[in-house]
Design a protein around this ligand. Structure first.
Ligand SMILES: Nc1nc2c(c(=O)[nH]1)N[C@H]1C(S)=C(S)[C@@H](COP(=O)(O)OP(=O)(O)OC[C@H]3O[C@@H](n4cnc5c(=O)[nH]c(N)nc54)[C@H](O)[C@@H]3O)O[C@H]1N2
Ligand SMILES: Nc1nc2c(c(=O)[nH]1)N[C@H]1C(S)=C(S)[C@@H](COP(=O)(O)OP(=O)(O)OC[C@H]3O[C@@H](n4cnc5c(=O)[nH]c(N)nc54)[C@H](O)[C@@H]3O)O[C@H]1N2
Ligand SMILES: [Mo]
Length: 767
């Protein structure tokens, strides 16, 4: 008897109709409303792989000897029943709270989790932790930390509001002559939007611009960062040199009288001292095109011409987020705003700057802005936080001082880590350092559907459902859709929803009423929807939404909103000042000057880093390693799924290498290669391409970390996780963001017998 049925689910990369038969997936099809669906959905088949955590599991020596015993990452796990697992977790939470206080619990739990907004793991874990007295949290993101801190100093608004206010690509398509993209507009990234996206429209909007004659310039080490069909001019600089390039462009504008002094006068402060820096009045070094060419490896004449074209056109400047995920990453985002100010087109349709077209699917997508439903948070009684990417620093150095956005702060002493919905052994830099730092706390608890590297480095692993095993609502405040997610499959193994896990813990700790408010899944979905509905009487009642299965805002015409960033400010800067101290764009920031940071001066500046092709370190490690977002998955999610695996090279992640660099090392297409530096080493599969600047290689993030000797720092990663190579240092004392894109390595052919990839084989389990 066949029992085929079709249900609808939503992911961060789109909406899919999932056909099931006998409780397993028969097919996955994009829903009909998406004009340009992402193939990532095919990897949903990973939900039935061997990597699923079937039952609660406790690391052997933790179970036998108690908190702090043994070593994380290499031991067998003992499977236990739910009652036992929840009792252990509850009593350990109780012990740590009593003996060390709630700030000793680190539950920042950074990560992307699932698109569903009720079962959103971070919302769940944070609500639960607040209910039991609070936790140390994290601030800012791996994505954008430097931007999140610098942008408010420059234009006053929160970074997220600047992003939501980005000039619509529909306006660009009509008005822009020239779009200069530092780091491109990678369509591989626009597949994704946190919370989901009903329609992928970025490709179409960019094609409209091209058809209307807009010219694209791709300033990036990788040609494919702008889609071929857009016929971009490709300028391939050394990575991390963008601030110097922009300064060189600024110099040409100013010395040739092509800039807009009236704009600087009326809308900015601090132009004079900045321009004196550009001209080299103080240090004797004009930041001219020749200077920028020597740093970036581009041609000086190319830069001069580009500056002249920019001044002669309606020009949009775009920066990819990767530019600020680097040493001194604050400078590139500050500088692009200043370069746009020199051109004087900020606030004009199709001119100015955008911080991240293409980085995710929503930037410039012209969506109506509804605040999406969320599980209501509870106030966190503990005021303790770290900048998110400083986790290893925190674990290693409790009590130590560090600077962050003008403050002197101290790291808390963490005794217990609780993670739900993220994968630090994917996302953090210098994993060999993390393997050690992660041994410090007494206890690590992880809720996970899969045996990820983070689950393997836990003491207690609680198996959770995937979105296909529950009902939910998906939506993003930057998208035009709200989608009902239907349960397609029964829970796998003994998996439970994060919500039910936290209800079980809350009951044991006496806060069930406060955490769960007596509601089940169905009641929460309705409650959350009803709260969402209060923002507009345009929105239908819950039952109507449920029977249709989705909502589309903007009267069915998605993506029609025409925004122009800072249009009001430009029209009348007195009536609509920016919320900066001066009310204007701060080319010079007195606030930042007051912070007295050697690595973040009061105006944007070129500061050479320790790890780029111009650094002394390049003598030992001559290749710049970029670790961009994977085209074939979202971060580490569903790496075991069919779509991600189909793109590996002999089971390893593919590293892009220029034929010239390959030839010098005797490497051919498809060879297994070893990437290494003084922090670590990994294997990968060579993919040769002239689409990358020589001297630069690129290994995408997200191949599951797979050390030859689990639990041992410095062990060879067999699979191709680039974070065994990346540096774990803050962007600067201002933002302390991730600087993953500043990384030098060496590369060689791997002639030994390559050890098989075991990332998708669960750790040893006993009863
Ligand atoms: N070298 C380098 N490193 C980087 C970057 C880079 O550019 N270079 N980029 C960084 C960036 S921008 C980011 S955002 C991070 C991303 O890092 P993460 O967001 O941590 O990566 P994900 O793989 O999305 O991890 C999500 C985890 O949640 C789990 N999960 C999914 N649904 C559920 C659920 O319902 N419940 C529970 N409990 N778990 C669930 C998934 O199985 C997965 O393990 O990586 C960062 N790391
Ligand atoms: N398919 C897919 N899409 C995603 C994600 C994913 O995991 N998979 N993750 C999402 C997330 S969490 C985020 S934060 C965004 C991130 O969005 P971004 O940070 O913009 O993405 P990246 O892919 O890291 O970088 C884009 C390109 O920048 C170029 N680049 C790197 N360094 C430099 C440099 O120094 N100078 C110049 N000029 N170019 C440089 C690289 O060639 C790279 O391909 O992507 C989102 N989209
Ligand atoms: Mo991100």
């Amino acid at each position: 008897m066949s029992d085929r049925r079709t249900t609808r689910t939503a992911t961060h990369w789109g909406v899919y109709d999932v056909e099931t038969e006998e409780d397993s997936i028969a097919s996955v099809r994009p829903w009909p409303l998406d004009p340009d669906p992402s193939p990532l959905g095919q990897s949903l088949d990973a939900v039935d792989g061997p990597t699923r955590v079937q039952r609660p599991a406790v690391r052997k020596s933790w179970l036998e000897g108690g908190p702090g015993q043994g070593r994380r990452g290499g031991e067998a796990f003992v499977e236990v029943n739910w009652d036992k697992a929840l009792d252990l977790v509850a009593s350990e939470l109780e012990r740590v709270r009593r003996d060390h206080g709630n700030q000793a619990i680190y539950a920042g739990s950074y990560g992307w989790a699932s698109a569903g907004r009720f079962h959103h793991a971070q919302s769940q874990v944070h609500r639960f932790m607040s209910a039991i007295g609070g936790y140390t949290r994290s601030v800012n993101s791996y994505s954008l930390a430097a931007a999140e801190v610098i942008v408010p100093h420059v234009v006053g608004h929160r970074y997220g509001d600047v992003q939501l206010g980005s000039t619509s690509l529909g306006v660009v398509a009509e008005k822009t002559d020239l779009i200069v993209c530092f780091g491109g507009i990678p369509l591989k990234n626009a597949q994704v939007q946190n919370g989901g996206q009903g329609q992928h429209r970025i490709r179409d909007l960019l094609m409209q611009a091209r058809h209307n004659g807009c010219r694209f310039v791709n300033v990036s080490p990788i040609a494919a960062d702008v889609d071929r069909e857009l016929e971009a001019q490709w300028l391939a600089p050394r990575p991390n040199s963008d601030t110097a390039i922009m300064l060189g462009l600024a110099h040409t504008l100013v010395t040739e009288g092509l800039h807009d002094p009236a704009f600087l006068d009326r809308y900015c402060v601090g132009a004079a001292p900045f321009l004196s820096y550009v001209k080299g009045d103080r240090d004797g070094q004009p930041k001219d095109a020749d200077w920028a060419a020597a740093i970036s490896g581009l041609e000086a004449e190319e830069l001069r011409q580009l500056a002249r074209q920019m001044a002669a056109s309606r020009t949009m400047l775009n920066v990819s987020w990767s530019l600020q995920r680097a040493e001194h990453g604050e400078q590139t985002f500050w500088m692009v705003i200043v370069l746009a100010a020199l051109l004087g087109q900020i606030g004009l349709p199709g001119g100015g700057f955008t911080l991240g077209y293409g980085a995710v699917g929503s930037v410039g997508n012209g969506a109506a802005r509804f605040k999406q439903p969320t599980l209501p948070p509870l106030p966190n009684p503990v005021d303790s936080y770290i900048p998110v990417a400083r986790i290893a620093d925190m674990l290693e150095n409790p009590g130590e001082a560090y600077s962050y956005n003008g403050q002197q702060r101290h790291y808390p002493d963490i005794r217990l880590i609780y993670w739900a919905g993220g994968n630090p052994f994917h996302h953090h830099q210098d994993l060999n350092r993390l393997v050690e730092a992660w041994q410090k706390p007494d206890t690590v608890i992880v809720n996970e559907p899969f045996w990820t590297a983070t689950a393997r480095h836990a003491d207690i692993v609680l198996p959770t459902t995937t979105p296909l095993e529950r009902n939910d609502l998906s939506g993003s405040s930057a998208d035009d859709f709200l989608v009902l997610m239907e349960q397609a499959l029964p829970p796998r193994g003994d998996a439970r929803n994060d919500y039910d896990i936290f209800c079980g813990l809350a009951a044991r700790l006496g806060v069930l009423e406060r955490f769960g408010e007596g509601r089940n899944e169905a009641q929460w979905l309705e409650t959350i929807y009803e709260t969402f509905r209060q923002q507009s009487n345009e929105l239908p009642a819950y039952e109507r939404f449920r029977s249709k299965g989705y909502l589309q805002f903007g009267n069915g015409h998605a993506g029609q909103v025409r925004r122009v960033l800072f249009e009001d400010f430009r029209r009348d800067p007195q009536a609509n000042p920016l919320p900066t101290p001066s009310g204007r764009i701060e080319i010079w920031s007195e606030r930042i000057e007051g912070f007295k940071l050697s690595d973040c001066p009061p105006h944007p500046a070129w500061l050479a880093g320790e790890e780029w092709l111009g650094a002394a370190r390049a003598n030992s490690f001559p290749l710049h390693l970029l670790t961009h977002q994977p085209a074939t998955r979202l971060h580490s999610q569903l790496d075991a799924g069919s779509h991600s695996r189909a793109h590996k090279v002999r089971d390893r992640e593919a590293v892009l290498v220029h034929p010239r660099d390959a030839e010098a090392r005797g490497i051919s297409e498809g060879d297994i290669v070893r990437l290494f530096n003084d922090r670590g080493a990994c294997l990968a599969g060579a993919r040769l391409t002239t689409d990358i600047r020589p001297g630069v290689i690129c290994l995408p993030t997200g191949a599951w970390y797979d050390p030859e000797v689990p639990g041992q720092a410095g062990s060879l990663d067999k699979h191709g996780n680039p974070n065994v190579l990346t540096r774990d240092r803050g962007t600067s004392g201002l933002a302390q963001g991730s600087s993953a894109q500043s990384c030098l390595v060496q590369l060689e052919r791997y002639d030994a017998d390559a050890p098989p990839v075991t990332a998708f084989v669960p750790p040893p389990l006993t009863e």
